[in-house]
Design a protein around this ligand. Structure first.
Ligand code: NCD
Length: 305
């Protein structure tokens, strides 16, 4: 079965093919307009979402397909105690492909074992978010023209930020990549990402606490929000939430060709005054996410155009 649970399931060639398809869709959208006619995508969102769910839906509509699903656990039979496995077995009877977001790490993997149609992980707890990474990769590719020899700064909640974990996993395969991991002590990248991904690939990295000191050396600055919903202690969240705020002052020390990324939603970590800076790419990421999800749906449904 074709699934996308972890970005590492995709080879470097497959990532490049998805990027090439997305670029072709951008260039010739009409060619793809009926490619998924009569196909149905189910969006099973047990956790809140704006971009991910709506971009999956927009992607399927732009491929000529249809969409069904739910946007909160309480409007599904999960609220009656149904297991994820039973839910997706049922949904497999109605839909050709499933995109699932769930607060529990591993839930989409469990779902993929029970489903008889492809399952896409649209975010599982503080673990992974591979389709955000596809959006991020297309953005880096379009803005920087390469994945090689980039110094990538990741800033904010690196512990719970699932987009960070998937992006590090994906970027670790490219030559000459360096990571600058900028976080408070309490929100550092989980050890398994450091040992199994960064060190296992012999990637140069450093863990630091200062955004100001790091910014001049970066090609990419990936800001993230502190993940309120993953904290057990509200006071701890309040203490850490505004640790980093990127503003036009701090950007003055950045390279002229550095790009600022953010998976969104933003809270306070990027001042709105940064939005007008040509280096701000976070709204481009949103659009790129739709194109990459279109390319992914075509791949998983094995549709050739
Ligand atoms: C991210 C997520 O859900 O992990 N949002 C998204 O899908 N673009 C980031 C976040 O919620 O902070």
């Amino acid at each position: 079965m074709n699934n996308l649970i972890d970005i590492m399931q995709l080879s470097t060639e497959e990532i490049q093919q998805l990027i090439d398809t997305a670029l072709d869709i951008i260039d010739k959208p009409d060619k793809y307009a009926d490619s998924c006619k009569r196909k149905k995508l189910a969006t099973l969102f047990f956790e809140p979402s704006t971009r991910t769910r709506l971009s999956f839906e927009a992607a399927m509509y732009e491929l000529g397909g249809n969409v069904l699903g739910f946007s909160e656990a309480k409007s599904s039979s999960a609220s009656k105690g149904e297991s994820v496995s039973d839910t997706v077995r049922a949904v497999s009877c109605y839909a050709d492909i499933i995109a699932m977001r769930h607060p529990k790490e591993g839930a989409p993997l469990v779902a993929s074992r029970a489903a008889s149609v492809p399952v896409i992980n649209a975010g599982d707890g503080g673990h992974y978010h591979p389709t955000q990474t596809l959006a991020d990769l297309l953005t880096i590719y379009r803005e920087k023209g390469t994945f090689n020899n980039l110094t990538v700064g990741l800033c904010g909640d690196l512990q719970f930020g699932r987009t960070v974990h998937s992006l590090i996993s994906a970027m670790s395969r490219y030559k000459g990549v360096k990571f600058v991991l900028i976080s408070p002590e309490e929100l550092k990248v989980p050890r398994y990402i450091i040992t199994d991904v960064i060190e296992a690939n012999g990637i140069e990295y450093k863990e630091v606490t200062s955004l100001e000191d790091s910014i001049p050396e970066l090609d990419v600055l990936y800001m993230t929000r502190v993940q309120k919903e993953r904290f057990v202690n509200e006071a701890e969240y309040q203490r850490l939430k505004d640790t980093y705020i990127l503003d036009t002052d701090k950007l003055r020390d950045a390279r002229a060709d550095m790009i600022v990324m953010h998976p969104l939603p933003r809270v306070n970590e990027i001042s709105v005054s940064v939005d007008d800076d040509p280096r701000a790419c976070y709204f481009k990421q949103v659009l790129n996410g739709k194109y990459m999800r279109m390319a992914l749906i075509l791949k998983l449904l094995e549709v050739t155009v």
